[in-house]
Design a protein around this ligand. Structure first.
Ligand SMILES: Nc1nc2c(ncn2[C@@H]2O[C@H](COP(=O)(O)OP(=O)(O)OP(=O)(O)O)[C@@H](O)[C@H]2O)c(=O)[nH]1
Ligand SMILES: [Mg+2]
Length: 252
């Protein structure tokens, strides 16, 4: 696993050593064991979060992307437009800058700083939910740490992972970071206002994403101009309503 951050991902830093013999089979199996321990512990916390969200009717979305794709910008606009009860968990290695941006919209927000960690895990999110006590039923947005790799492996108990890819990042990202696009149910192509200025082939990007994940849904929008935002609102509203209805039926 990743010895740099302890995140449970395969260790990229070891790859160039793979043909020498300084890492024996014992060490390899120890890495695999630790990785499995981390992920199975995470999965147990994720199950607890998911149960809680289902009981309460809290529709949780895990927003994942590389740094700077526009997650916080999109969240601010979403909250201002959605008119549903919403709360936000913000994940960053450091600072409360994003939480401050969300706080200005007036919705409850909880910042998690992961320090050296490169992703949120289900245990951190469970504690943040306790502190936040989000209104139920409602929507809980979880903005993950900007990173297209590690957050793919960590279930937080969300209803859906939503991957955001901005047009300045290149259309090849679904192929290069396949785990993330495989794990997501929706891909948002953001910053479409910049399309005239960048070399980004939208059709090819969607084709790559569906090669990795044939069922992935796709929306194109601009978080700054608001273009395409209504389809995103509709996506949230229909799924949140169905989720809450299921929760209420289960509660009798
Ligand atoms: N042109 C354009 N710029 C955008 C759009 N969405 C976000 N930006 C800009 O992109 C930059 C990064 O936006 P953020 O919302 O901070 O991105 P983020 O994904 O939250 O970043 P991290 O939390 O650091 O990973 C800011 O300068 C935004 O103004 C968009 O749709 N179009
Ligand atoms: Mg952000």
């Amino acid at each position: 696993m990743c010895t740099y951050c302890g995140c449970g991902q395969p260790d990229a830093h070891l790859h160039h050593h793979s043909h020498d013999h300084e890492h024996g089979a014992d060490e390899g199996s120890r890495h695999i064991k630790i990785e499995m321990d981390i992920l199975s512990r995470n999965n147990a916390f994720a199950r607890a979060n998911r149960d809680y969200f289902a009981q309460q009717g809290i529709f949780a979305l895990n927003l994942v992307s590389s740094p700077g794709s526009g997650k916080t910008t999109l969240l601010v606009r979403t909250i201002e437009t959605l008119r549903l009860s919403a709360a936000v968990i913000e994940g960053d290695q450091q600072t409360s800058l994003d939480a401050e941006r969300i706080r200005q919209t007036g919705v409850p927000v909880q910042q998690i700083n992961t320090g050296k960690g490169c992703h949120l895990d289900a245990h951190m999110v469970g504690h943040a939910v306790e502190a936040l006590a989000p209104a139920a039923p409602g929507v809980l947005f979880i903005e993950n740490v900007g990173n297209l790799v590690c957050p793919a492996a960590f279930d937080l108990g969300e209803a859906h992972k939503v991957v955001i890819l901005s047009v300045t990042e290149g259309e090849d990202k679904p192929l290069k970071y396949a785990d993330m696009f495989h794990a997501a149910d929706l891909m948002i192509i953001n910053k479409i206002d910049l399309l005239p200025h960048v070399d980004f082939n939208v059709g090819r990007c969607i084709e790559y994403a569906r090669r990795i994940n044939p069922d992935i849904e796709v929306l194109q929008l601009s978080a700054t101009t608001g273009d395409g935002i209504e389809a995103w609102m509709e996506w949230i509203r229909t799924r949140a309503a169905a989720f809450v209805e299921t929760a209420q039926k289960a509660a009798g």
